[in-house]
Design a protein around this ligand. Structure first.
Ligand code: ASP
Length: 280
């Protein structure tokens, strides 16, 4: 069993030491809690659980603490993909739900599995997700000051369960101040992808991640026999011509855990039941 989570980017220039410590504590608590959950649950159930814990923590830009868009509203996106069944489901620009990733999971058995905007919100309401404001004071303050600084805090989780199945989930409040209708990478195969060989979750600038099809490329390369390390290296090199801003976490079917980021510093924590590997 293996698990790795991310909490977006930590920018030294825009966040203080106390916030860094708070994020480290939260990452350690959540990765260990999710690992314990993985002992009795599938990889797919566990990635949703881990991402819902990250969504509930206002330190991260997903669920509670999401960024505010240019019109003053919060719209969130989340997706889950089960590597065993190769089914992906997601919600794009959903409003006023506490846990977008749980709504994404509810869509897994449906034929129509990725819903956007009003349809996604209506589906959530129909399935018992009461209206819930995920706004926090800090984001409104940033919105009012039009500070775009600390926005990249998407969350994600990749897990390998004791049956050898991989899964991934990703959730975001977006970039902040984006145009209404803008679509994040998190509920696309560029930002969230898994099969039986590899699972990957990304964070960073959605447009850069989509341009490079990052998660899909890494998974495809590992499927075709490349090592996780080489697949990351080649895929990250391909973002260099346009200075793509991206971080990614992954696990392959042999249980290798990997992560990389194009810019300092992705917030991540990996755990195998014994050793904790975390951003410092
Ligand atoms: N990838 C997200 C987006 O572009 C932002 C993030 O990772 O924080 O919407």
């Amino acid at each position: 069993m293996k698990i790795i989570i991310h909490g977006g980017f930590f920018s030294e220039s825009h966040t203080d030491a106390d916030t860094k410590k708070a994020k480290q504590d939260a990452m350690e608590r959540i990765v260990k809690q999710a690992y314990a959950y993985l002992e009795n649950h599938t990889a797919q159930e566990t990635v949703v659980y881990a991402v819902s814990l990250l969504e509930d923590d206002p330190l991260f830009n997903a669920g509670i603490g999401s960024q505010i868009q240019s019109d003053g509203k919060i719209r969130m996106s989340a997706a889950v993909m089960d590597g065993a069944t190769m089914k992906m489901s997601g919600v794009i620009n959903i409003e006023e739900v506490k846990n977008p990733v749980k709504v994404a999971e509810l869509l897994l058995p449906y034929e129509d599995r990725i819903l956007g905007g009003e349809g996604a919100t209506a589906f959530a309401r129909k399935n018992g997700h009461e209206p819930f404001s995920t706004e926090i004071k800090q984001r409104r303050k940033e919105y009012k000051e039009k500070l775009k600084s600390n926005g990249l805090g998407t969350v994600g989780c990749v897990a390998l369960d004791n049956k050898g199945n991989l899964a991934v989930a990703t959730s975001t409040g977006g970039k902040g101040f984006e145009m209404v209708g803008r679509i994040s990478d998190s509920a696309t195969v560029a930002g969230n992808y898994a099969n039986a060989y590899c699972a990957v979750s990304c964070t960073g600038v959605g447009e850069d991640i989509v341009s490079n099809a990052t998660a899909t490329k890494i998974v495809t390369r590992v499927t075709d026999g490349m090592s996780l390390k080489d697949a990351f290296s080649k895929t990250f090199d391909e973002m260099k011509p346009y200075d793509g801003f991206c971080g990614a976490i992954a696990i392959d079917h042999d249980g290798n855990i990997y992560h990389d980021d194009s810019h300092p510093t992705m917030v991540y924590a990996g755990y195998n039941g014994k050793n904790l590997d975390m951003f410092r």
